[in-house]
Design a protein around this ligand. Sequence first.
Ligand code: HGY
Ligand code: MN
Ligand code: MN
Length: 409
Amino acid sequence: MVDGGRLWKRLSELAEIGKREEGGVARLSFTPQERAAKDLAASYMREAGLAVREDAVGNLFGRREGRDPGSPAVLVGSHIDSVLNGGDFDGPLGVLGGIEVLQTMDEEGVRTERPVEVVAFTDEEGARFSLGMIGSRALAGTLSREDLRFEDRDGVSIERAMRDAGLDPGKVGGAARPAGSLAAYIELHIEQGRVLENENLPVGVVTGIAGPVWLRLSFTGEAGHAGTTPMGARRDALAAAAEVAGVIEEEASGTGSTVGTVGQIEARPGGINIIPGRVELSLDLRDIDEAVRDRIEGRIRARAGEVCERRGVELEFEEIQRLPPAPCSEEIRTTIAAACEEEGIRPYSLPSGAGHDGMHVAGLCPVGMIFVRSKGGVSHNPKEWSSPEDCEAGCKVLYWTVLDLAGRS
Ligand code: HGY
Ligand code: MN
Ligand code: MN
C-alpha cells in the first residue's frame, strides 16, 4: 500500500525549492526554481519506474504502461509551480501523491488494463503572468499563440520566458492530446477551505470547480498637485478605485456563494504629493453557479460605471479570463466515494472554490478531484498545512480510485 512516509519526505524535499527567507515558497513558471522542482519530480518518477518526458510547454509526464497500451490513459496530476508566497502542499500533494500511487503499483506488481500517467502541469497558478493553467490549456488544445503575449511585472512575455527556458512557443500546439486519448483525469489536492475541518474528515469528494472571471479595471483621472488642488476639483483615479473596491466587496457578499477579490492595485505616477491620474485594479470573481456569478459581475460593472461617472474618471474593463464552472464526473465521484469507504472514511461531497487544471482537462475527458483537509483552511500562505496522516489518507483514496479507473487486471 502507499508509503505515507515516503510521500511526506518528498513533500518536504520539494518544499525546500524556492523557499523564501521570509517564509513560504516562490516557484514561478519558467524560472530556475520551477525547473529545479520539475527535475526533482522527474527523479522521483524515474525511481517509480516511469517513462519520463516533457511536452512543448514543459508539462512533465511519467507514464506506466497497461496491458492495453493503445487504450486511453488515466491521467493523475496537479502542479508544482506556486503563488508568490505559497505553501508546501498546493499542487505538490497531487503530483507526489500520483507518483507515490504509481510507485506502489510497481512495487506490488499491480497490472492495469489502461496506461496511467502522472503529470506536473506548467504554470497552474498564473502568479507570474496573470493568466494561469498554461499547461492544462495546452494539453486541452485551447492555448493560443495570442495567450503567450501575457507579460510579467518586468515586461517579459510568456513567449520570451518559454524561449529563455529552451522551449519553442511555435510548437505549443504539439502539447495537445487528441480527443479520446484520455479516459479520466483525477487530481488529489488540498481543500484550501475549512469544510473538511469542520466535518472532522481527512478527505472529501469534490462535486465541481467554481468558475473564475478575471478582469483588469483601468481608471483614468487626472494627475495633480496634492497641495494646490481643492478636494472638489479633483479627478482622483485612486479614490474612484477605492470606492469601486468597496462595491465589489458589497456585491460579492450578497449571495452567500460568490467570492470577489481585488488582489492587485497599482497607482501612477505614485508620488506621495501627486493625485493619482491612473490606477489599475484586478478583479477575481467566482461562483459555482455561472448565472449567479455573471449577474453579480453585471451589477459590479454598472455600479462601477456610476461611481466613475460621478467622479469624472474614465473606466475600462479588460477581460483576462472567463471559465465556466466545471462539474466533476458523477461516475468518478462514485468511485472516489467507494475508495473513501474502502479506507473507512465517511464519503463527504463539497465544491471547490479554488480553480484547478481539471477545468481545462474536462474538455478532453471526465474529471474528478479528491480533497485533503487544510488546517484552518489556510492556503496561498506559508502557514498552509495538512497533516502527514491526512496526506496519506488522501493518497490511499487516490490509489483505489486509480486502480478502479485504470481497470486492475
Ligand atoms: O486561483 C486559484 O484558484 C488556483 O489556486 N490557481
Ligand atoms: Mn493548486
Ligand atoms: Mn493555488
